[in-house]
Write a protein that binds this ligand. Structure first.
Ligand code: 13P
Length: 252
C-alpha cells in the first residue's frame, strides 16, 4: 500500500516576494546535498507571480516549483485577472494544488474543480487534489462520505489518474496545531487508497499525502504511518529551517 518515494510539498499560500528566493534557494541546496532528499520529492507551491522568477533564478534545480490553483477555463481568454493552467506551465510550474479547502470555502465546487483538473491534465501537470472534512462532519461521522464525494465529484473514470496525488487535509487541522489521532488518520488514508483503487480500477494504489499543522515536532509520529506518501505543508514551508527540519526529523 505504500509508495516508497516520500513527498514534501510546501504550500506557501498568500506569502512571498522577491526576497523569498532565499528560502527556495536554501531548500534547494539542502535537497542537493543530502541523501535523505534523494528519497524525497520536494516541491514548493508558491504564488503565481513568483513561479517564473524562481524558476529562472534557481540554478541546478533539485526541487520542483508548483502552483496553488488555476482558472477553470483553458488557454487564453477574456477572463480578467485569471491565470490558466497553460500559463502556469509556461512559467515553469510542474505541480499544481487543486481543491484546497480555502478555495472550496470561497465557493469552488466539485464541478469547477473537475474542469480545473481537466485543464491541468491537458498541460501534463502533476496534480495534488486536496480533500478533507470539516470538524462538524467529523463529529457526525461523515468523514468517509465527504471525502468520497469530493473525489468522485471531480475525477472521471477516464482521467489519467497516474497524474493525480491526493492530499488528505482535514479542515479542522489546517493552521490549528491539531492533527488527527494516529489510528484515525491511518484509517482515512487506507480508506482513500482502497476506495480510489477500486473505483478508478487503477493498477496501483494512489499516492496520498497528509496535510494540516505538520511541523518538526509531530513529523516523527506521522512518519510511523507508513501508508502516508508524504506531506502538504503550509505555515512551516514559509521558513527554510522549519521545512528542512521536517524532512530531517522524518528520516531520523
Ligand atoms: P498548515 O500546515 O499551515 O496547517 O497548512 C496546511 C495546508 O493547508 C497545506 O495545504
Amino acid at each position: 500500500m505504500t509508495n516508497k518515494l516520500k513527498y514534501f510539498i510546501g504550500n506557501w499560500k498568500m506569502f512571498g516576494d522577491f526576497n523569498s528566493f532565499k528560502i527556495i534557494s536554501k531548500i534547494n541546496q539542502y535537497a542537493k546535498e543530502h541523501k535523505n532528499a534523494k528519497k524525497s520529492k520536494i516541491v514548493l507551491c508558491v504564488p503565481n507571480i513568483l513561479i517564473g522568477f524562481f524558476r529562472k533564478r534557481l540554478k541546478r534545480k533539485s526541487i520542483s516549483i508548483g502552483a496553488q490553483n488555476c482558472y477553470h477555463e483553458e488557454g487564453y481568454g477574456p477572463f480578467t485577472g485569471a491565470i490558466s493552467a497553460v500559463m502556469l506551465k509556461k512559467m515553469g510550474a510542474e505541480y499544481i494544488i487543486l481543491g484546497h479547502s480555502e478555495n472550496r470555502e470561497e465557493g469552488e465546487t466539485a464541478k469547477l474543480i473537475k474542469k480545473k483538473i481537466v485543464s491541468a491534465l491537458n498541460q501534463k501537470f502533476n496534480i495534488i487534489l486536496c480533500v478533507g472534512e470539516k470538524f462538524i462532519d467529523k463529529k457526525k461521522g461523515k468523514t468517509f462520505s465527504i471525502i468520497k464525494k469530493q473525489i468522485n465529484g471531480s475525477i472521471e473514470k477516464n482521467f489519467n489518474t497516474n497524474k493525480i496525488i491526493l492530499a488528505y487535509e482535514p479542515v479542522w487541522s489546517i493552521g490549528s496545531k491539531k492533527i488527527p489521532k494516529t489510528k484515525e488518520l491511518m484509517n482515512v488514508i487506507r480508506f482513500i487508497k482502497n476506495d480510489f483503487k477500486k473505483n478508478f480500477k487503477t493498477k496501483n494504489f494512489p499516492k496520498v499525502l497528509y496535510g494540516g499543522s505538520v511541523n518538526k515536532n509531530n513529523i516523527k509520529l506521522l512518519s510511523t504511518i507508513s501508508e502516508i506518501d508524504g506531506f502538504l505543508i503550509g505555515g512551516a514551508s514559509q521558513s527554510s529551517k522549519k521545512f528542512i527540519d521536517i524532512i530531517k526529523n522524518y528520516y531520523k
